[in-house]
Design a protein. Structure first.
Length: 433
């Protein structure tokens, strides 16, 4: 995993080798895709299930993990011809979950499939669980079988376009080239999300590139709630929070982490001020527990406030002061008895975001898209950036290491096309075919 540059393909890009510790009894393969309009993991399971299962078996054997589950939404499992409890291999079974957002959040997912709660601020291994995205497990199989590093990315091209696609592209391919190859345009008054409409980020298709954590490119009109909420500045969000919050507590009542018994209360985060948080960061320690799902803002708040945005600013303060909430071994937490009745149906969530009408089953393109230039970034993962080991003018081959792992938690980077190195600095390497 470390040698081949494998990182979490469905989230922040945590180097996957860092999760493999002793004591795990369950491997959870996360193929939930709780974000609307996303079909990447669904297509991977449909097209490459045997490789995913083989990757899981390899991880289980290495880590002495007796059991694994492939976690899928129940309705998607049905369309794939899979059923809850179905055995895929020795110790590997299917586990279905309801169509709830944000069920892909590993804290919620682990509780849903095991009944065990990860204490606030603790890692899944404390409950003897390791969670990997389905694409991460697929990449592990490719690394073991073919000694293939991570040089390609699976992603959904979707949104308000005539036809949606799931494609494979070289890591570092310019997003403009991806869209051109699939005949997709970003019209005036539209934006492009890197990721889902809930947690994704609006990116510039003319200058940004595909990285190891890119899961989808979604083209959406700029007047729907999913986009309007993200285009407000932080200052606007903070002014709104300070001026119109009525302390109704609905954001807290609907917070998925709060419903699990976590001491996270978004309405109190909104009540606090930025200056107070800066002066006494201990008061906002529980902000570190937020999973940034945005239910508190887009769904719960009747005043248009985004508690999530306020909390993100508090997280910056906590990070600067190296503070986070970590529950002690003797602390007890209890799941709310109202959780089952307050979980948010994904269909309703799509409507709230304004994207329900854009949900369409994609066409899978099995041939990897090609390009003449890639930009391999050194920080595609959590931890220390990779360190270039090639120079301008060098000739490199597909799969050749072009950057070593940095000091500490880190992974190397590899050429995703063959060609000549035309640019090298501390942040990126550009290769032209």
């Amino acid at each position: 995993m470390q040698k081949n540059g494998i990182v979490g393909a469905g989230g922040a890009g945590f180097p996957s080798y860092g999760k493999l510790t002793d004591g795990a009894e369950l491997l959870v393969i996360n193929a939930i895709e709780c974000e609307p309009l996303m079909y990447t993991d669904y297509t991977l399971v449909k097209e490459k299930l045997s490789d995913i299962v083989a990757g899981a078996r390899a991880i289980m054997e290495f880590g002495h993990i007796p059991n694994a589950i492939l976690a899928l939404k129940a309705y998607r499992a049905k369309t794939l011809g899979l059923s809850d409890g179905q055995q895929l291999d020795t110790g590997v079974k299917v586990k279905t979950v309801p169509n709830i957002y944000p069920m892909g959040d590993e804290v919620n997912l682990i509780y849903q499939v095991t009944g065990n709660l990860i204490k606030p601020g603790n890692l899944p291994i404390t409950q003897k669980v390791i969670v990997y995205n389905a694409e991460t497990v697929y990449n592990t199989r490719a690394a073991i079988r073919d000694d293939q590093p991570v040089v390609e990315k699976w992603l959904t091209i979707g949104g308000d376009i005539p036809e949606a696609y799931v494609v494979k592209v070289p890591v570092g391919m310019r997003i403009s080239d991806v869209l051109k190859a699939t005949g997709v345009e970003v019209p005036e008054h539209y934006v492009m999300f890197d990721g889902g409409p809930s947690m994704g980020i609006i990116k510039n298709p003319a200058s940004d590139v595909v990285v190891k954590t890119t899961k989808a490119l979604l083209i959406l009109p700029d007047d729907i709630p999913a986009v309007v909420n993200k285009q407000r500045t932080v200052e606007e969000h903070l002014r709104l929070a300070a001026s119109v919050c009525c302390q109704c507590t609905r954001c807290t009542d609907m917070c998925p982490r709060h419903l699990l018994g976590y001491p996270l209360e978004p309405h109190k985060m909104v009540r606090a001020t930025l200056s107070t948080a800066q002066e006494t960061p201990e008061l906002i320690r529980s902000a570190s527990l937020c999973c940034s799902c945005d239910i508190c803002g887009t769904f719960a708040c009747c005043q248009g406030i985004s508690p999530m945005t306020v909390i993100k600013e508090y997280k910056k303060i906590l990070a600067k002061n190296k503070i986070k909430y970590v529950a002690g071994p003797d602390e007890e937490f209890h799941v709310s008895p109202d959780r089952d009745w307050r979980m948010l149906n994904s269909g309703k969530w799509k409507e709230m975001l304004g994207v329900a009408r854009f949900d369409k089953h994609p066409t899978y393109i099995p041939e990897k898209l090609s390009c003449d230039q890639v930009e391999i970034r050194m920080s595609q993962h959590i931890g220390a950036p990779s360190i270039p080991c090639v120079a301008e003018g060098d000739t490199v081959s597909l799969g050749q290491m072009i950057a070593n792992a940095g000091n500490g938690l880190s992974v190397p980077q590899y050429a995703s096309i063959s060609g000549h190195v035309t640019h090298v600095d501390d942040t990126k390497i550009i290769i032209e075919a």
